[in-house]
Design a protein around this ligand. Structure first.
Ligand SMILES: [Zn+2]
Length: 275
């Protein structure tokens, strides 16, 4: 009942000066933590899987579990392909029950990016799903290319995407130095495409004051992967060390790990909602 696309939740977020948290998950425990946090805050949420999990088949295996979690959720939940790099990944995601896909052609020439993003967006829309694109490039172990305002306007118009990832100074992974966000650029892009919610990738470790200003300037979805998954790893490691040789059924062992991950997500969801 609560499994939805990103369309309404992002439109509402943008109108009310909030952002929806989008958290990368890899298994039942991380997904359950995200849902628990969103329900505690009574906010919609995006559960997303990185494109690699679609290539390995893990996203297929997890799809049933994620759908059941979404169906029983008391808040709207979108299931999203993050950084789709091929049409096949997007097609697989939509046929497996995911309700939203990103097509990331941000490393490609502009015309190629438009062509394939529009193709995936049309495909998603025909199925009642949503599509996120990226223009400019948020560094992913490579160089950042800040989003050009005029290009963002043309890209949104030519592709029909429901959400647009923009590059305003963030990067994927942990930062070596504190990033400096180009808030004026974010505001100018938002003003140029008022009907298209903007997405901030590389949310992990970005100073929250900057994230707040970006949300005020049109960011309606904030992606969090590294810091959340790192919390999961650290909580898991500590729980297993604390066992000290005794036996606990793994499902019970997972409960405090889920709780710690949920607490992390809940702090962020609350902050993105302006509380
Ligand atoms: Zn990203």
């Amino acid at each position: 009942m609560s499994l939805v696309s990103m369309k309404e939740m992002l439109a509402e977020a943008r109108q009310s000066g909030k952002a929806v948290g989008a958290f990368n998950v890899t298994n039942y425990e991380t997904a359950a933590a995200v849902l628990k946090a969103a329900e505690a805050e009574k906010e919609p949420v995006v559960i997303q899987l990185y494109m690699r999990l679609f290539d390995t088949g893990k996203a297929y295996d997890l799809a049933g579990t994620l759908q059941r979690l979404a169906f029983r959720a008391k808040v709207p939940v979108a299931l999203h392909l993050d950084h789709g790099s091929t049409v096949k990944q997007a097609r697989d995601a939509l046929s497996w029950g995911y309700t939203s896909v990103m097509y990331d052609g941000s490393r490609d020439p502009y015309d190629e990016n438009v062509k394939w993003t529009r193709f995936v967006a049309d495909y998603a829309h025909a199925l009642g799903a949503t599509c996120e694109g990226e223009i400019g490039h948020v560094a992913q172990g490579d160089e950042t290319a800040l989003t050009d305002v005029a290009e963002a306007e043309a890209f949104a118009r030519e592709t029909g995407v429901d959400a647009l990832a923009v590059s305003i100074g963030t990067a994927h992974g942990y930062y070596k130095a504190t990033p400096k966000l180009d808030i004026a650029r974010c505001a100018a892009i938002a003003e140029a495409i008022p009907g298209t919610p903007l997405v901030l990738h590389g949310g992990s470790g970005t100073p929250l004051a900057d994230v707040r200003r970006a949300i005020e300037c049109g960011i309606a979805k904030v992606n969090i992967a590294t810091e959340f998954l790192d919390t999961y790893i650290k909580a898991t490691l500590k729980t297993y060390q604390d066992l000290n040789g005794s036996f606990v059924p793994p499902d019970k062992l997972a409960d405090p790990i889920i709780d710690e991950c949920a607490a992390h997500v809940q702090r962020l969801v609350r902050f993105f909602a302006g509380r």
